[in-house]
Design a protein around this ligand. Structure first.
Ligand code: PMP
Length: 336
């Protein structure tokens, strides 16, 4: 993305990663250690992640982003057995698209049209009636920004449909302060996906991981080649996970910015942001003309996320406060 474009369409961390990460990567680059193969099984990172989540390294597999982890889970659990995938609607469209190509069928459970909450009874009923093999929930959800499950809801899903593999994508969980990762020690039918792309600010380095019961991770590891994640990316992730103080600080800033941004968006007539537990807002456009709005933003080199199936909504990431203010100013001056 060019420096001259304001990219509200990527749900990244505008403050970037811990400065220690850049130092560690620079030292690694200068040492030219990359001429060697690195750690084939990302053991050092998995040990740090295990300590972080209160789990064992055997509960973790590291991939090129949460997306790559999901592809292999779908190959193992959807494509080969030709199973059905259950997802809420709307959900993260890129992951659903991979599901559509790997599953026998994608079964959608619509979220509540008022507040995008997930009706747990309906999910359980649909999963049983349609015989789904895998369910994917992003918590918080993209594009709606809200948490779909709390502890009680999660426990019900895992208990009441035990034969189904529940995948919980926690890409934005650091912003919500809610995680089910530690549950995998006890639960066989839960896999949690985490990423360094969002709060850790390392989207371009492509590091994410799957957290699951040892049995599920052993099954999944059959599809993973050694050295799948580059040694420089592993150095970055190891340094990032060690700097929890930076993470806490940056998450605190982004949450405060998000609240101020939400208040500003709400003050513009015609904009209705939904409450967010993530670092972005889904905004309903009431009475604003979406093509005209997008044209007006594009002329100022401002990009927002759109999707064809939700033509009267935009999704905007909370960037730096002055950038958020620029977007609000642009949105407040859309020609009628
Ligand atoms: N999950 C969700 C819900 C996302 O929105 C995104 C990024 N757009 C990802 C996962 C991507 O994760 P990664 O970069 O680790 O593949």
């Amino acid at each position: 993305v060019s420096e001259h474009v304001l990219a509200f369409d990527q749900a990244i961390n505008p403050y970037g990663c811990s400065p220690k990460v850049a130092e560690a990567m620079a030292a690694f680059a200068l040492s030219r250690s990359y001429r060697f193969y690195g750690d084939p099984d990302a053991r050092a990172l998995r040990e740090k992640l295990a300590a972080h989540h209160g789990l064992a390294p055997e509960n973790l597999l590291v991939y090129n982003g949460a997306g790559e982890a999901l592809v292999w889970i779908f190959v193992a659990r959807l494509l080969l057995p030709q199973a059905r995938l259950l997802v809420p609607y709307p959900a993260y469209e890129r992951f659903v698209a991979v599901g559509a190509r790997t599953a026998a069928e994608v079964v959608e459970v619509p979220l509540d049209p008022q507040d995008f909450s997930l009706d747990i009874d309906r999910v359980i009923e649909t999963a049983r009636a349609r015989g789904a093999g895998v369910a994917l929930l992003s918590n918080p959800n993209n594009p709606t920004g809200n948490l779909l499950v709390d502890e009680a809801a999660m426990a019900r899903l895992l208990d009441e449909v035990p034969e189904l593999l529940w995948i919980v994508d926690e890409a934005y969980a650091d912003y919500a302060g809610v995680s089910h990762a530690s549950w995998v020690a006890e639960r066989r039918n839960l896999v949690v996906l985490r990423t360094f792309s969002k709060a850790y600010g390392l989207a371009g380095l492509r590091v994410g991981y799957a957290v699951g019961h040892v049995e599920e991770m052993t099954r999944l590891s059959a599809f993973r080649l050694p050295w799948n994640v580059g040694s420089m990316s592993l150095v970055a992730a190891e340094t990032a996970i060690d700097d929890q103080e930076y993470l806490k600080d940056v998450v605190g800033k982004i949450r405060a910015d998000r609240e101020a941004f939400g208040a500003m968006l709400r003050s513009v007539p015609g904009l209705r942001p939904y409450p967010s537990d993530a670092n972005f807002y889904l905004v309903a456009l009431d009475g604003l003309n979406p093509p005209r709005l997008l044209e007006h933003l594009a002329a100022q080199r401002i990009r927002v996320r759109t999707r064809p199936d939700m033509p009267s909504h935009i999704r905007v990431t909370s960037l730096l406060p002055e950038q958020n203010a620029r977007l609000v100013e642009a949105l407040a001056t859309v020609p009628a």
